[in-house]
Write a protein that binds this ligand. Structure first.
Ligand code: GTR
Length: 329
């Protein structure tokens, strides 16, 4: 852990202790995100903070710690589970090893399109995924969009699985992602988000995969000059509260936190759509090659065995079936 991160965490602990002693007991809720301050997830949580403040006459508010200040997703998640961070916004992938239900929306080629993903995540499947976090020390508050992930490489276009053979591809810390890239013939390299830029520059990896806004905000496109629109995973983002902090809220405040988090979803989606458009424009301006003629069917059939390997219990299968049944509006 870096010195500045240690200092930030020590500061958090001190602030938490001080607030615990104050009569109102009301320090802001500390919210961690790996993305920069202007990213839609961070902006949506800031918006939620304003709503919380208004609804509680300032008793509850949020202080955001963007840019991975409180640690990479895996570490920040652990800290939140142990109560050291109040609110955490992460992708569902790093939760795969902790909460089996989160594997389902992470499956490659599960969602037909954005409308399908939103229908399922706004409906009963989304609610059951959020509820599944609770026994693991987290209260799931809402699910945000994360677009569709595609492969980018320093070695040119990836139109079909054979083009990935032998390439070292960074993946998130999730066995499902490792298995997916291996099923496609790539050499999967799990790594924290914050390490990818250097790894690309130094040639430690040949490529990675992400949505366009992340590809742009991390500036990975400076090195990986070809983005191939495989759109293989649409795993949403989740905003969760540490169960320890949650337990300190009276039920009326818990209801307000839930309601303001839910209300932030359409706000996030509006910001997200703008951000996607801006990211595409930036890629065009930067002269990045965006390959649309990919053989999606070949990718989908190559990764199909991964479904069977990772849907190990009947509850997961039932959840996957429920989501698949919502493909048509
Ligand atoms: C982004 C996501 C992050 C993180 C990152 C990654 O799309 O918003 O939470 O999961 O991808 O690839 O590590």
């Amino acid at each position: 852990m870096s010195l500045s991160r240690r200092q930030t965490l020590a500061g958090l602990a001190a602030a938490g202790a001080a607030a615990g002693c104050s009569p109102a007991g009301s320090r802001p809720l500390f919210a961690a995100d790996t993305h920069p301050a202007d990213y839609p997830t961070v902006q949506a949580v800031s918006w939620m903070g304003e709503q919380l403040k208004q609804a509680t006459q300032g008793r509850l508010s949020i202080r955001t710690y963007p840019g991975g200040q409180l640690g990479e997703e895996k570490d920040a998640l652990e800290i939140a589970i142990f109560g050291g961070i109040d609110l955490i916004r992460v992708n569902l992938a790093p939760l795969n090893a902790i909460v089996p239900e989160t594997v389902v929306p992470t499956l490659p080629f599960l969602f037909k399109d954005t409308a399908h993903m939103r229908r399922a995540m706004d409906g009963a499947p989304g609610d059951s995924i959020l509820a599944a976090l609770e026994p693991h020390g987290l209260i799931g508050l809402c699910l945000y969009d994360s677009g569709a992930r595609s492969f980018y490489s320093t070695k040119g276009a990836i139109r079909r699985p054979a083009d990935m053979r032998g390439q070292k591809i960074r993946v998130q810390n999730s066995d499902l992602f490792v298995a997916m890239v291996e099923a496609l013939g790539g050499d999967a390299t799990p790594m924290s988000f914050g390490e990818v830029y250097q790894a690309l520059v130094q040639g430690v990896i040949d490529g990675a995969e992400n949505n366009e806004p992340s590809f742009v905000s991390t500036r990975h496109f400076e090195t990986a000059r070809t983005l191939s629109m495989t759109r293989h995973v649409m795993a949403p983002e989740v905003l969760a509260m540490s169960a320890a902090r949650w337990a300190k809220l009276v039920p009326a405040d818990q209801a307000i936190v839930r309601a303001t988090a839910r209300a932030s979803v359409p706000v996030m989606r509006g910001l997200w759509e703008t951000r996607e458009t801006e990211a595409r424009a930036e890629l065009a301006k930067a002269g990045v090659t965006v390959v649309e003629d990919v053989d999606q069917a070949a990718f989908a059939s190559a990764v199909r065995p991964v479904w069977d390997r990772f849907l190990t219990d009947p509850a997961q299968r039932a959840l996957a079936d429920r989501i698949l049944a919502m493909a048509e509006g």
